[in-house]
Write a protein that binds this ligand. Structure first.
Ligand code: MN
Length: 702
């Protein structure tokens, strides 16, 4: 039976006498406040806060955290006010107790939304004083250890909450030991049968593996001795919930998971870690691509270690972690090691502390951006799992990104404006595709241009919630404004043909039509027209309904300027360029697609005024337009270089090139070139014709 005296004895090993007395006082205060209350197990209630304080004492937490642990249920369960605690124990302790109480009031329901909100509260509390979370985690740990006394449904609810919220938080704060205990207890309470079955299977496997484990351990120890290095070799076993998750998530068989042998080598200092690594790589062959140096680049939760996988005797895979004793403590206790190592080793725990704060800050920012809680928890869920890459900004700032992130994700992580105006990137100083997944250690530089816009194709490869949200948002805005302006032009074109103009249509007439279509504002109507959901022709007739029933007279074609944006695209089948006779095909939701007048794909509907619209090119049309050329020429060396330099000399750009050999003498080259207009194309073709050996050039049209 733990007592306050026993705890006080333990505390005096690392706290001053004055501080130990304050903890005692808090205990007696709680004992009196909870007087008469009992736990479900029948024990006096005060045994619970005492146990929580003991857990925190294991982590060498400071006296204020321990006092808060003693008092953590006082406000909630006894009706004593926060002010009374402030008067008795000071502002800081009262604040801590108040913070823990607020988290306790979290109303967890199975609904994902409620879960998200709880999570947000937790993050807020952490931002104020991380000790609130540590006390809360200890509180939850003791409740999990004594979970059996609760009824089935309540037990499952608490277990689920522990697995979904508390275990990831412990993980995020680097508190491995606590996370594992949460998961094992939570798993057992949620799935008693599965947990038991895996436990039995592990027990059986342990017997079979014993011989091999001993052999490997011996040979590793022997190897260290031979090299004259001090190190402790320990065998590791995966915990039950970890095995269960692997079986479910990666769909691996139990035997497959158990076939891996895992060891940890704990040494005195960093230098030895690398020497041990060298030694074990000499002993067994390392598996390529599996070595990870988390010492040079620690994980986001502060974890440091070397990881490698070896082929042991008979090809048995052996996973090895090599780390110092301090790193081992960090790996087990994470942020709590901040208190454990307060006196010596200042740097490392501070780094962890800073990282945890950074994470909390990130969570809060994300929460402000995401409109609703569900969207928020989705983003957070991704971020809670530590599959990360670490990349650097050109100025050397380290950025932590989820695995698979691309330069576009990076750009949005740096700043929304950087993402929105990003046009290219350099990875390790060389130009690279924006879609390339980033590797840890890379330096990433984003090239931006004023007025640049997000590309819809980015949505196919970005992985972060932030990038996705912002790209969608920017595209939505852009598409709407472009649709509105195209819609307005389409509508005015028809109205002009009817001797009118949108400005001349009486306001009440416009309102009438909007009401009829159940639209709010004129922009909605114009957007619909621009997107091809409504025919300008029909809308114009409605707007002028009272005035006349006449058909549009000989209206001029609509001029294309090349700046219409997302609502206007150029048909891939016939690739029109300025100067070509064109028509527009309106397709619902997609806006307008520009075809050649002669394109076979639209020959059926060309005369239908509801589907096709006459177009012309504006005089000042801008942009680059792709055309495909087919060139027959005599085979010669360096042919592609010749073609490229000719196109280049005419200011054209080659977008794509492919070549077929027709017979030994003649080659056929398919060339996609981007040009400004027909005149420009003529210039390109002229240059190409001038090449020696060119037999025939034609423009390819479907
Ligand atoms: Mn409690």
């Amino acid at each position: 039976m733990p007592s306050i005296d026993a705890l006080a004895d333990r505390l005096s090993t690392y706290l001053g006498g004055e501080q130990v007395n304050l903890v005692r006082r808090a205990y007696f205060y709680a004992e009196q406040a909870h007087d008469g209350q009992r736990r479900r197990s029948g024990e006096a209630y005060v045994t619970h806060p005492l146990a929580v304080a003991n857990i925190l004492a294991d982590m060498h937490m400071d006296h204020q955290s321990l006092m808060a642990a003693m008092l953590h249920d006082v406000i909630e369960d006894t009706g004593i006010a926060k002010e009374a605690l402030t008067a008795q124990f000071g502002e800081t302790v009262a604040e801590l107790v108040d913070g823990v109480s607020k988290l306790t009031q979290m109303n967890f329901e199975t609904k994902a939304e409620a879960q998200a909100e709880n999570f947000q509260k937790m993050a807020m509390a952490m931002a104020r004083d991380i000790r609130v979370i540590l006390v809360k985690l200890a509180d939850r740990l003791h409740n999990m250890r004594t979970l059996e006394v609760l009824a089935g449904e309540k037990r499952r609810r608490i277990a689920k909450e522990t697995l979904e919220i508390y275990a990831p938080i412990a993980n995020r704060l680097g508190m491995h030991s606590m996370r594992v205990e949460f998961e094992e207890l939570g798993f057992k309470a949620m799935h008693p049968m599965r947990s038991e079955r895996i436990r039995q299977a592990v027990k059986r496997a342990r017997g079979n593996r014993k011989e091999i484990v001993n052999k490997i351990e011996e040979s590793l120890t022997h190897c260290l001795n031979r090299e004259g290095m001090e190190g402790e070799v320990v065998g590791r076993e995966k915990h039950l919930y970890g095995i269960y998750q692997k079986m479910r998530g990666k769909r691996r068989a139990f035997n497959e998971i158990m076939d891996v042998y895992a060891f940890r080598i704990i040494v005195d200092k960093v230098d030895t870690c690398y020497r041990v690594l060298g030694a074990v790589h000499n002993l067994y062959k390392p598996l390529p691509g599996r070595f990870k140096d988390y010492i040079a680049i620690p994980k986001a939760n502060g974890y440091q270690s070397l990881h490698t996988t070896l082929f042991g005797m008979h090809g048995v895979p052996i996973e090895i972690q090599i780390r110092t004793r301090e790193m081992e403590e960090m790996a087990n206790n994470g942020i709590a090691a901040h208190w454990l190592y307060k006196s010596n080793e200042e740097d490392q725990p501070k780094g962890t502390h800073a990282r945890a704060r950074q994470w909390v800050k990130g969570v809060l920012e994300m929460q402000q951006r995401a409109g609703n809680s569900l969207e928020f928890i989705e983003s957070v869920k991704i971020d809670l799992f530590p599959d990360e890459v670490y990349v650097f900004t050109p100025k050397g700032r380290i950025m932590e990104m989820p695995k698979g992130s691309t330069a576009v994700d990076f750009a949005y992580a740096v700043h929304t404006d950087v993402g929105n105006s990003c046009i290219a990137c350099r990875i390790n100083r060389r130009l690279a595709p924006l879609s390339e997944p980033l590797q840890s250690g890379a330096t990433v530089e984003i090239v931006t241009a004023p007025g640049a816009r997000p590309n819809p194709a980015w949505l196919n490869f970005v992985v972060t919630g932030k990038a996705r949200t912002h790209i969608r948002h920017a595209l939505k805005l852009q598409r709407r404004s472009e649709s509105i302006s195209l819609g307005e032009r389409l509508l005015n074109k028809v109205l002009t043909g009817l001797n009118s103009h949108l400005d001349k249509v009486p306001a009440d007439q416009v309102q009438g039509v909007l009401a009829e279509y159940r639209l709010e504002v004129i922009e909605d109507l114009l957007e619909d027209i621009g997107l091809g959901n409504r025919m300008a022709y029909v809308v114009a007739r409605r707007l002028l309904a009272s005035e006349s029933e006449q058909l549009p007279s000989a209206e001029g074609p609509l001029a294309i300027r090349g700046t219409e944006g997302l609502v206007l695209s150029y048909a891939k089948c016939c690739t029109p360029i300025p100067g070509d006779p064109i028509v527009g095909h309106l397709s619902a939701g997609k806006g307008m697609v520009v075809h050649l007048e002669s394109c076979k794909n639209i020959s059926d509907i060309r005369q239908n005024p509801e589907k096709c619209i006459q177009l012309s090119w504006a005089k000042d049309v801008v942009g680059e337009f792709n055309v495909e050329l087919r060139i027959e020429l005599e085979h010669q060396r360096g042919l592609i270089a010749l073609l490229a330099s000719s196109v280049n000399a005419a200011d054209g750009n080659i977008e794509k090139i492919s070549m077929d050999e027709r017979d030994g003498r003649i080659s056929v080259v398919q060339l996609v070139v981007s040009v400004h207009d027909r005149v420009h194309l003529a210039r390109v073709i002229k240059k190409l014709r001038a090449l020696k050996g060119v037999v025939h050039i034609s423009r390819v049209r479907a």
